[in-house]
Design a protein around this ligand. Sequence first.
Ligand code: 5GP
Length: 199
Amino acid sequence: MKTKPLFIVMSAPSGCGKSTLIDLILQEYCDIVYSISCTTRAPRGEEEDGLDYHFKTKERFEELIKENAFIEYAKVHDNYYGTLKGPIEEVLAEGNSMILDIDVQGAAKVREYVRNLPNNDPLKIGYVDIFINPPSLEELRARLEGRGTDAPEVIAKRMANAEGEMARAGEYMVQVTNDDLTICFKRLCDLIDAYSGRM
Ligand code: 5GP
């Protein structure tokens, strides 16, 4: 069945299960491609170029900025991070969809970029942004503490960030709550199917 290529932007506070949900979506839909960001930071551990990030030198990244190659970019702790336009345009032109995992600030830049595109641009036609909410702030705190990976001050920072991000959830076209992973995943599949015209 021929479906509409989507440009899906997904945000969620840390600890809401976004990475797991995106992995499930990528397993379920062979025509959805994950957008790999560019960064100037050094690879960590097992990270591979072209898989986890496109690792760039600062000089190359700044060239790409000048060439207007990014749909959005940001400087975080002295390193650049950005999303290239080219791969998204290529994937949609091939009839496939792209999913972008990005924070609220990055998503706001992408939304603004898309808003300024002509109405017949495939990125605008296929655009949908989704915010994943935790069931509650208390539950999010319990999940972050339950992971046992973060120091109390890191958890406090994540909680403050989460509140700030959730305050901007209304900017998104769709909000989904991850109270139960299976149910949340099903809701996301239903949304993807509806937006792409699969049903
Ligand atoms: P890390 O270095 O831990 O992989 O990522 C650090 C931060 O950079 C995270 O908050 C992550 O969301 C952000 N980041 C990763 N890729 C991009 C991107 O393409 N654009 C923007 N604006 N931020 C990104």
